[in-house]
Each structure stands twice: as C-alpha cells, then as structure tokens.
Design a protein around this ligand. Structure first.
Ligand SMILES: Cc1cc2nc3c(=O)[nH]c(=O)nc-3n(C[C@H](O)[C@H](O)[C@H](O)COP(=O)(O)OP(=O)(O)OC[C@H]3O[C@@H](n4cnc5c(N)ncnc54)[C@H](O)[C@@H]3O)c2cc1C
Length: 490
C-alpha cells in the first residue's frame, strides 16, 4: 500500500449496504486505510432497512397466520382469528431489524479500522469524493450505492399515491385491498404476505406469467399457491390509466386495465385501497456526478464493469445493485469480495455467476442454481430433465406441504448436472446442498450414496441423484452384461 500514501485512503467505499460493508470490512482486515461513506443515518442498506430482512420477517408473520387458518387440517380446533393489527406486525419487523442493525453498527466497523462517515458522496474528480461537504482522496474507490424502485412512465402513476419497498413495511394499518404492479420476486412475496394477512390482493403484470427468470412449470407452482391464497393474478395486462378514488367507503387507487389473457380478459377496472409498485430496480447513481470521475454507465443506468468489477476508470470499481445485473445480497457480497481481491490484494480475480443461486421466498419457495430449462433453450443447449416430486418425500407429507418438486437440468445424454431448481417447502434450504455439490464438483453418485437423516426434506436431493445415477446404471446395457455374467432372467 506504500504507493497510495499521498491519498487520504487506500480504498474509499461509497455506500454502506451489502456490497460496501463487505468490501470495507475485508479491506480494513487486510490493513488498508478505508473510508466508508453512507448517506443514510444508519448502515445496512436496502437489504436490512427496506428489502430482504423486512420482507422475510413479514412473510414469517404471514406464514404463522396461514398455519392458524389451517388448524383444522392439522387436527386442531379452529382458533378465533382477530383482524391483523399491522402496526404490531411492523413493530416486530423493526425489532428484527434492530437486532441485525447491531452487526452493522458503525462502531463495529470503526473497531475493524474503517473510518465511517455519514453524508451523501459525490465525485469531484477521479480520485476525490465530497462526503457531506468534506473532501476525501483515495487511491481506489468502490461505488456500491445500490438501487431504487424502478418507476416506468405508466399513465397516471405520477399523480396517484403509491407504496414502494421503502414504505410498505411501515404502514399503520393493514390495507383492505392492495393492487400490486409487477410479477417478480418482490411482487409475489408481498402479494402472498398481504393476502395471508387478510388483504384482498390483485397482481397486475405486463408479462405473460409471474417470475419470468424461472422455468414456467416451477413458477406455475407458485402461481397456483398465490391463487389458493386468494391472490388474483392478471397477466399480460396493460395499465391504461391510474387514478385516485375517494367516496364514503374510503379512498385509494383505481386502474383501467386491458387484460388479454385468462381471468378478467378484456377491459377491466380494478379498485384498491393501496397501490404497491414492485416493477423492478434502477441502479442508484443520482447525485454521484459520475461524469466528474469519467465513470461510464450503460443502457439501463447501471455502472458498466468488466469481469473484475472495474469501471471505465481502472482504479474505480463498482459492485452490487448499482451494476444492474444480479440484484441479490449474496451477489453483492460475492462482487465485493472480488473488488477486495483486485483493489487491495492487486490480484486479477473475476466475478463468477455460473452458479449464482436465487430464491423467491413465497410459500412454497422457488430456488434455483445454474442453468434452468429456459436458459438452456435460449442457448440452444440440448438437455435432459429429471423431476422428483415433494409428494414422495415423507417429511413434506408430515409437514402438510407436499406441493412442488426438485428439477435437475442435465447435459443431454451425459448426466452432468447443469442446474437445479426446487419449488416446495423450504426450497431455498434444500437448494443449498446443490450449491455445494455443483460448486465442489461432487459426483452425483457421492450425493446419492451420502446418508441423509430421515425424515428430512433434503432427502429429495439424494433420491433425485440416486434416480439419475441408477437410470444410467440400470440401463439395458448393464442388465444385458449382468444377464451374461450371472444368468439373471428377471
Ligand atoms: C423488497 C426487497 C426484498 C429483497 N429480498 C431479497 C432477498 O430475499 N435476498 C436477496 O439476496 N436479495 C434481496 N433483495 C435485494 C437486495 O436487497 C439487494 O440486492 C442488496 O441490498 C444490494 O446491496 P447493495 O450493497 O448493492 O445496495 P444497498 O444494500 O442498497 O446499499 C447501498 C447503500 O448506498 C447508499 N448510498 C446510495 N447513494 C449514496 C451516495 N451518493 N452517498 C453515500 N451513500 C449512498 C444507500 O443509502 C445504501 O445504504 C431484496 C430487495 C428488495 C427491494
């Protein structure tokens, strides 16, 4: 680090979220002088304050409510269900956040040697950044400013009140009805959570189906679950106009829609007390003055990076949602690790997305790693598919959650696993074994032969592996050889 002493810092990190905190802690542990700039009054970023943590906490509450509703299914007397007090739900969300916030306390980062400064950061030139009125120069800079809700120019959206992920978790009361715009993970998770708490939910999506990144058959299982929970899904819909309504019953937002598919086909007016915009994410670069540092952005506003997370300025890096591609906390963490390796250790490490997993935390969950059938088709890759249903898993039956399946996407004829998807109970946890199997190059026969505790959901993985292996092993050829050797006639 000797060559960088003319600067105030070896590494200046802009943004104290998943990517920024990982990079700041990693660089400081290696002995670099690190300055971390965060414009909000607390560290943690979207994941802690407006994303993963509040959404998963809300989903847990909704799951508990659903279990109460299913009491009779489990042989229990049906309880009296009082209406949900959303203020109490929001309080629990804040309590969980407060516990996690301790891990992201500025004092903890200060104790690691990070100089934490609160205030908006803006580039003055390619080595100097203004943080809340004070200038800091750095040899290397990481931009990890995350993303904000994407708000496409839908007719009327600019003149109606709406919620985004920043407001939805802190409402005082449970909305009687909710119109959710979007069909991605956040839209599905919120639609299910609010429906289970007692809100009448309508999802409106432009695309032909929910969760377009996942295979249609797997997303179909989630769609069926949403429908069971009472969510009305209007796919392929065009929003013609959004407007406010107000009468003796209350107030809210009304949408004129054109729905070409399925239920609600034709022109339709949907009225709801609240509107939630869950239409994707836009990289957050506002106020950074990237031009002052000569940092280029791409088509969708994301900072353009190469495989080593370097921007158009070799000493300025970007990681996390601001690059616009893999907008997950674990992807931000992975990219931040690559930045530390390259910016601090001066290695030449590349980010690797081949086995980047993702999960939608609806009930059932839908989790995925590697290549799915949709990707294989896009790449013109011929594949075999093996499906294992949760209905054949004893634990899933005991839990009353037999819906869903595990799907292996295999190289055609060869049996090599290219990707795995799971939709079902705790699918995200089930997938973790496959993350290790694929990452560690574990043979399917080893997974099949590994003794799994009974009865666990994870047994589905060993069973799927076993069935693929035995399909090859007990093929006609092997049987013919055994017949010749031992005279078997079965
Ligand atoms: C509702 C919802 C649910 C989600 N659920 C999941 C999930 O279950 N699993 C998952 O993996 N991902 C989930 N995500 C995505 C996840 O939250 C993001 O991918 C992750 O937070 C990205 O980390 P980041 O460091 O890039 O950005 P962030 O965590 O947002 O951090 C960016 C930080 O930069 C700060 N900043 C911005 N501009 C400036 C500036 N000019 N100066 C100083 N500071 C600045 C911001 O205040 C923020 O603190 C969810 C997202 C949402 C919205």
């Amino acid at each position: 680090m000797a060559r960088t002493t003319r600067h105030d810092a070896d590494l200046l990190v802009i943004g104290g979220g998943a990517a920024g905190l990982t990079a700041a802690a990693g660089a400081a542990r290696l002995g670099a002088r690190v300055v971390l700039a965060e414009r909000e009054p607390a560290l943690g970023g979207d994941c802690l304050h407006h994303g993963c943590v509040p959404s998963k906490t809300l989903l847990a509450t909704a799951r508990a409510r659903q279990a109460m509703r299913r009491a009779a299914f489990f042989g229990l007397p049906a309880p009296e269900l009082e209406p949900v007090d959303f203020a109490a739900v929001a309080r629990r969300i804040r309590e969980v956040q407060a516990v996690i916030q301790r891990h992201d306390a500025p004092e903890r980062f200060a104790s690691l040697g990070v100089d934490v400064r609160f205030g908006p950061a803006r580039f003055c030139d390619e080595h100097t950044v203004d943080i809340g009125g004070r200038r800091v120069s750095a040899a290397r800079i990481l931009v990890a400013t995350g993303s904000s809700p994407q708000l496409p120019p839908l007719p009327g959206l600019d003149s109606v009140p709406f919620l985004t992920n920043r407001e939805v978790f802190s409402q005082d009361t449970l909305p009687a009805s909710l119109l959710v715009l979007g069909g991605g993970p956040m839209a599905c998770e919120m639609a299910q959570a609010f429906a289970r708490l007692g809100t009448q939910v309508t999802m409106v999506l432009r695309g032909p189906r929910i969760l377009p990144r996942d295979d249609a058959d797997m997303a179909g299982v989630v769609h069926a679950a949403l429908a069971t929970d009472g969510v009305r899904v209007l796919a392929g819909a065009t929003v013609k106009m959004l407007r406010q309504w107000r009468d003796a019953d209350g107030e809210g937002v009304e949408a004129d829609l054109e729905v070409p598919l399925g239920e609600g086909r034709g022109p339709l007016v949907v009225r709801a007390q609240r509107l939630l915009a869950a239409l994707g994410r836009t990289p957050e670069t506002a106020g950074l003055d990237l031009a002052a540092a000569g940092v280029a952005t791409g088509k969708h506003g994301g900072i353009v990076v190469d495989g080593r997370m370097r921007t158009s300025q070799g000493h300025i890096f970007a990681a996390g949602d601001v690059t616009g591609d893999w907008q997950f906390t674990h992807a931000a963490g992975h990219e931040a690790g690559v930045v530390v390796a390259n910016a601090v250790l001066r290695l030449s490490r590349k980010a690797d997305y081949t086995r980047m997993p993702w999960c939608t935390f609806t009930d059932p969950e839908l989790a995925s790693v590697g290549c799915n059938e949709r990707m294989a088709a896009e790449r013109g890759l011929p594949v075999d598919v093996h499906v294992e249903p949760f209905s054949a898993n004893d634990r899933a039956l005991a839990e009353g959650a037999p819906e869903g399946r595990l799907k292996l996407v295999l190289r055609k004829g060869g049996g090599k696993v290219l990707g795995v998807q799971a939709v079902g109970p705790h699918a995200g946890e089930v997938l973790n074994e496959w993350v290790a199997v694929l990452g560690g190059g574990v043979r399917l026969s080893a997974l099949a032969g590994a003794v799994h505790p009974y009865p666990t959901l994870g047994e589905i993985s060993a069973r799927a592996a076993g069935n693929v292996v035995s399909r090859v092993l007990f093929s006609g050829g092997v049987r013919r050889v055994l017949r010749l050797l031992f005279g078997y006639r079965g």
